[in-house]
Design a protein around this ligand. Structure first.
Ligand code: GLP
Length: 244
């Protein structure tokens, strides 16, 4: 595991975008796993800049997003599909048919999850998976629990996550309580994982995670300690306890 501490959010974002750019240069048809939330926004901005100013080419890149709120349509401005279009896809030359976000409207989400995983496999697997982390240690929407499901599946969200994500909604009762998420098995199959964390509300969880003493389903991100190629990029605030 490689752990990088950058001065601030901007530098963390630039570093992640740099790693993605180098990977696309090496493999123009990169399979990229993407995340939502506020953490990767700066990375997406930097990738857009690289596209516009340096001609970084996304025309052969394929993307798979980690998760989607269950029950929200792609047109819903709170959906993760909408977020991805708005924050990244519409600003770069990626082909719409090459972008994949779980469909929040499917009738049989668990069956659909297996199809989603198969699609990833058929593309040759994810080359780089971008991850944020919830303040309770969740990755994608794999919440702390006694057991973690391996494949892409329907899951309930914890109160902590609903509360944390309510900042994007008009009120907390508008936050969906379920989501379709890649499972830990899907995520762990990615060839390389880049986890980003920034700001004070991630200090505690990053301190806990990077003690690196044990894995626990109660801290889903700790499973990443078993992955052969993980790069963690933090800003100084998130790294405060790690450095102590
Ligand atoms: C959500 C997403 C996760 C994300 C997490 C952290 O719950 N499903 O993929 O990593 O929030 O969000 P943020 O980056 O806004 O802190």
């Amino acid at each position: 595991m490689e752990i990088l501490v950058e001065k601030d959010y901007k530098n963390m974002s630039k570093k992640a975008a740099f790693l993605i750019r180098e990977a696309i240069k090496e493999k123009p048809d990169l399979i990229l796993g993407l995340a939502t939330g506020s953490t990767p926004i700066g990375t997406y901005e930097e990738l857009i800049r690289m596209h516009k100013e340096e001609g970084l080419d996304f025309s052969k890149v394929t993307t798979f997003n980690l998760d989607e709120y269950y029950g929200l349509s792609p047109e819903d401005s709170q959906s993760y599909r909408y977020f991805m279009e708005d924050t990244l896809f519409k600003h770069i030359n990626i082909k719409k048919e090459n972008t994949h976000v779980p469909d929040g409207l499917v009738k049989e989400p668990n069956e659909y999850g297996k199809i989603y995983d198969k699609m990833i496999e058929e593309q040759g697997g994810i080359d780089i998976q971008i991850l944020g982390i919830g303040r309770n240690g969740h990755i994608a929407f794999n919440e702390p629990d006694d057991e973690l499901i391996l494949s892409t599946h329907l899951t309930g969200l914890t109160e902590d996550t609903i509360e944390a994500n309510s900042r994007f909604f008009d009120s907390i009762d508008k936050v969906p309580t379920t989501a379709i998420t890649m499972g830990l098995g899907t995520i762990m199959k990615a060839k390389k994982i880049i986890l980003m964390a920034n700001g004070k509300n991630k200090t505690e969880i990053m301190g806990e995670l990077l003690k690196g003493e044990k894995v626990s389903t109660k801290l889903p991100a700790s499973l990443l300690l078993l992955h052969p190629d993980v790069t963690i990029i933090m800003d100084e605030e998130a790294a405060e306890l790690y450095k102590k």
